[in-house]
Design a protein around this ligand. Structure first.
Ligand SMILES: Nc1nc2c(ncn2[C@@H]2O[C@H](COP(=O)(O)OP(=O)(O)OP(=O)(O)O)[C@@H](O)[C@H]2O)c(=O)[nH]1
Ligand SMILES: [Mg+2]
Length: 328
């Protein structure tokens, strides 16, 4: 299951009532109107916080309300405004109005925020010579949240090819590694830092893809939306053919699946990596692979560490060409 969609109910605060009040002292000819204004209702604000990584919390909590404005008082006392309610979501969260599907905001950059529902207007007190008014109702909405992870590099490979091992080797991520298919079911992000400069990039480990995934086989292809925004794809092929498939077939099938999901995705620059080069069968298989696939192929082993440095350098270089840097 992917915890990257959520539906929540949000309600902004109501405006506080204006006060209807009169001041009278013996000797005064007329009563004086002295009712103060109410306070404005608080807004519900959605903010992209870099320390939040999933929409998991929304599974347990789906109702959020901002504070209402306080009512006005006599003696021209204005009610205080209601506090805004700030809901933190991961950067990359798309917020829509559930009712009509309209986009409210695509919170792409860190600390970007949007008022999702506005607080009610303040009621007016009667001090102006007119009767006091009620405060406005705060808006309410059901909104849908969808998280598309923002990564620079997306990892594509069959189950068990070593994608998670690769991400764990190049970054500080702790993606689960095990010798069975579909170990990874939720996307995991890793930050790769350059040893020479302050540059970094984000790599996304996603579930494995198998032949006919576009027809729903395995875990399907729905999770590919997490890498729609990447600048670069890294194809990781198990060169040891431990599971009896031919590495060339794996590669061609993967390309086929990606194309059937989105032709545009295959137009991205890509890096092709032959993994598990520490295993004896891999060398021979790589020869056959090279005979058929005329692309630059990087060798790697997540066990011995072979090729890892070279691959990260190549990724830095390619991403540099794509001009998408963030400083640490
Ligand atoms: N010998 C060898 N084994 C590796 C290498 N890389 C990964 N493995 C092993 O291959 C198995 C699968 O590794 P994972 O990293 O979980 O593979 P994955 O591609 O993330 O698999 P899914 O999450 O199921 O798609 C584990 O037992 C790893 O220890 C490698 O370079 N050499
Ligand atoms: Mg994995």
């Amino acid at each position: 299951m992917f915890i990257d969609r959520a539906r929540i109910y949000i309600k902004a605060g109501n405006g506080g009532k204006g006060c209807e009040s009169f001041y009278y002292k013996r000797g005064m000819r007329y009563r004086r109107r002295d009712g103060g204004n109410g306070g404005i209702g608080g807004n519900v604000i959605m903010r992209a916080d870099p320390n939040v990584h999933t929409l998991l919390d929304f599974r347990y909590r789906q109702h959020f309300k901002a504070e209402s404005g306080k009512h006005g008082g006599s003696n021209l006392k204005n009610g205080s405004n209601g506090e805004d309610r700030i809901i933190l979501v991961p950067p990359g969260t798309i917020i829509r109005d559930e009712e009509n599907g309209l986009l409210i905001r695509d919170l792409n950059s860190e600390n970007e925020q949007v008022i999702a529902v506005k607080g009610g207007a303040a009621g007016k007190g009667n001090y102006r010579g007119r009767p006091a008014t009620e405060g406005g109702q705060g808006q309410e909405k059901i909104i849908s949240l969808e998280l598309k992870l923002i990564a620079d590099v997306g990892l594509i490979g069959y189950p068990n090819a070593g994608k998670s091992s690769f991400v764990n080797t190049v970054s500080e991520a702790k993606s689960k590694v095990a010798n069975f298919p579909f170990t990874t079911i939720c996307p995991v992000l890793g930050v790769v830092k350059s040893s020479q400069s302050h540059k970094r990039f984000v790599v996304a480990d996603i579930p494995g893809i198998i032949k006919d995934a576009h027809k729903g086989k395995g875990l399907g292809l729905e999770f590919l939306r997490h890498i729609e925004r990447t600048k670069l794809l890294l194809f990781l092929i198990d060169m040891s053919a431990a599971e009896g498939r031919q590495p060339v077939d794996d590669y061609l099938n993967l390309i086929n699946e990606i194309e059937s999901y989105d032709m545009q995705l295959m137009k991205r620059p890509r890096v092709l990596v032959a993994n598990k080069m520490d295993l004896p069968a891999s060398k021979e298989n790589l020869k056959d692979f090279k005979a058929q696939i005329k692309e630059k192929i990087y060798r790697s082993s997540c066990i011995s560490g072979e090729g890892i440095q070279k691959i990260t350098e190549a990724l830095f270089k390619k991403l540099n060409e794509a001009h998408r840097w963030e400083n640490v």
